[in-house]
Design a protein around this ligand. Structure first.
Ligand code: NAP
Length: 534
């Protein structure tokens, strides 16, 4: 008997991963697939993160789909690092080129998902009030899409405007003649502050944790680069597939500590001048050897001190107490230079903690700061936040929130035991946020498509991670992370430590995207080891 379903597959989210997943399932596998998206248009993180200065930290010619040569040839990037407007245009271009729009329901936030065991199907409900039946659910909800809005006392009393970088309005926000307070100095704050300071009357930066940042050295791409790139796309892809982070630079082999000082400085200075996240790849041991890490950390601290003229500001900005790159390192355009402007003040809220927000501004324990606008650059409930906003019930009405009450547990970051036919793209336990995301996304989408194709061809109804395999993978993710310095930095969103009450578990897989791809491929080739197929 044919099952009554609305779609073979429902995909949640129309960002980079959801769009590609729709194309693969609909156009290559030939099954019916549909995206539900909370926003009114495509783009995912790039739809929401419209704050001034929003820009990607992967280089543009690598931050795009590589599965289609036509897309690669037809699109032209203009800058080394693509800005939010350009990336959103690119995703709209890809959506239209692949004719995806007709299979997307916008303004539809998925609120509930229930697995109906008797029928082996998922019942998916959206905030439109409608429910849909589907055999497969693919969560493409993004890793950094649930805004973290700290509950600072008195926030409702503020008479001015409040914005969060991750939920920036579509209309232009005018800073001219305004006193602006910015809370947060992660990647978003570090990108936004210099741009806000260009027009604001005054900017007050409330810094809790000082941060490293590498100059981006953004620039226009030359016609020659673009032309050349288009003739060599397969070479670029090969480089990215070989690398541990999905970027196009080779993995280093030299140890920092063992390299003679003169040579070491030459390498570091050259990487500083080149700019960008490639700086992290100067040496191969900065995330495993604290002595090596200290050398790189001190190098950056010296750069900060030599850039920022006011000694107090320089000290407050460079007084960094975590090893470089154990929190996601931002890249910037004129971040530290911006503190040389008289109109930009820096408040160390570790020394003088935030007390409350009052009608006219922000108060610390010692001082009141009158403000017209407050910008929260306070990040996200990363990797699990968006998924756990959905009430997801698997077998025996097992709730994902309960399964993950002690932190996320997955097999390969792709599935959770007890939740058959439910996949996650770039979920916790996969390399995801440690990589150039489009490479991690393409790997996951292609693996999931192959997996569904295997089920369809073999007339199988369900695939589900076994509890044992999930336990083993969680252990492997922890063991791998514990070989690095990464989990030792406790106040990091990689661990969930930025969200009060969130269980602290190191979430991304640190074993490298290249190795992870091999693991996933081998598991599929061996007949989906660790999964139960029925
Ligand atoms: P983030 O890295 O989590 O930084 C949030 C900032 O807000 C931190 O300085 C944090 O201080 C501060 N903060 C949080 N809660 C606070 C509170 N209650 N009081 C005072 N300060 C508070 O968030 P993000 O900057 O949005 O970046 C998140 C991630 O998104 C990045 O790491 C990156 O992966 C991605 N991203 C990428 C780009 C890019 O591609 N260029 C741009 C933006 C974002 P503590 O450190 O003390 O918690």
């Amino acid at each position: 008997m044919k099952q009554e379903i609305d779609f073979d597959a429902i995909i949640i989210g129309a960002g980079f991963s959801g769009l590609y997943q729709l194309y693969k399932l609909r156009d290559e596998l030939g099954i019916s697939a549909h995206i539900f998206e909370a926003a009114e248009d495509v783009g995912g993180t790039w739809y929401w993160n419209r704050y001034p200065g929003a820009r990607c930290d992967s280089e543009s010619h690598t931050y795009c789909y590589y599965f289609s040569d036509e897309l690669l040839q037809k699109w032209e990037w203009s800058e080394r690092y693509p800005g939010q407007v350009e990336i959103l245009k690119y995703l709209n271009f890809a959506t239209d080129h692949l004719k995806l729009r007709s299979d997307i329901s916008f303004n539809n936030k998925i609120t509930n998902m229930d697995f109906l065991e008797d029928e082996n199907i998922w019942l998916v409900r959206s905030d439109s009030g409608k429910t849909y039946k589907t055999r497969y659910v693919i969560n493409a909800v993004g890793c950094l899409s649930s805004a973290n809005k700290p509950n600072i006392p008195g926030i409702v009393n503020f008479n001015g405007d409040i914005y969060h970088t991750g939920e920036w309005p579509h209309e232009e926000v005018v800073f001219k003649n305004k006193k602006v307070g910015v809370i947060g100095t992660g990647s978003s704050g570090i990108q936004a502050i210099p741009v806000i300071a260009e027009s604001a009357e005054k900017v007050t930066v409330f810094q809790r944790t000082p941060n490293y940042s590498i100059p981006a050295r953004n620039q226009k791409l030359t016609d020659e680069f673009v032309k050349n790139f288009k003739t060599k796309t397969s070479e670029w892809l090969e480089k990215m597939l070989l690398s541990r982070g999905g970027h196009a630079w080779p993995s280093p082999s030299e140890h920092c500590f063992d390299t003679p000082e003169k040579e070491r400085l030459e390498i570091l200075n050259a990487a500083w001048v080149a700019g960008g996240l490639g700086f992290r790849e100067c040496f191969d041991d900065i995330l495993t050897d604290i002595k090596s890490n200290n050398i790189m950390s001190d190098f950056i601290k010296d750069k900060i001190k030599s850039t920022v003229k006011d000694p107090l500001k320089a000290e407050t900005l460079s007084n960094i107490d975590h090893p470089f790159s154990t929190k996601r390192p931002p890249i910037d355009t004129n971040y530290f230079e911006t503190f040389n402007k008289k109109s930009v003040e820096l408040i160390d809220i570790r020394a003088d903690p935030l007390k409350d927000i009052y009608d006219n501004g922000i108060r610390t324990e010692s001082t009141s700061f009158p403000l017209d606008i407050i910008v929260f650059a306070t990040g996200f409930d990363a990797m699990t936040g968006s998924l756990l906003k959905i009430d997801i019930k698997g077998r025996s009405k097992l709730n994902l929130r309960d399964t993950w009450s002690g932190g996320p547990q997955t097999y390969l970051g792709l599935q959770v035991a007890g939740f058959p036919n439910m996949f996650m793209l770039t979920g916790p336990g996969s390399p995801s946020v440690l990589t150039n995301m489009p490479r991690a996304i393409e790997q996951h989408v292609e693996w999931v498509t192959e997996c569904i194709s295997h089920l369809e061809e073999n007339n199988l109804k369900t695939i589900e991670a076994s509890s044992q395999a999930m336990k083993g993978w969680v252990e492997h993710v922890n063991e791998t992370a514990n070989k690095t310095l990464l989990p030792k930095t406790k106040h990091s969103w990689y661990l969930g430590a930025n969200i009060p009450g969130k269980p602290q578990v190191f979430m991304p897989y640190t074993g490298g995207l290249n190795n992870y791809r091999d693991i996933c491929d081998n598991i599929a080739e061996e007949g989906y080891t660790g999964f139960i197929l029925s």
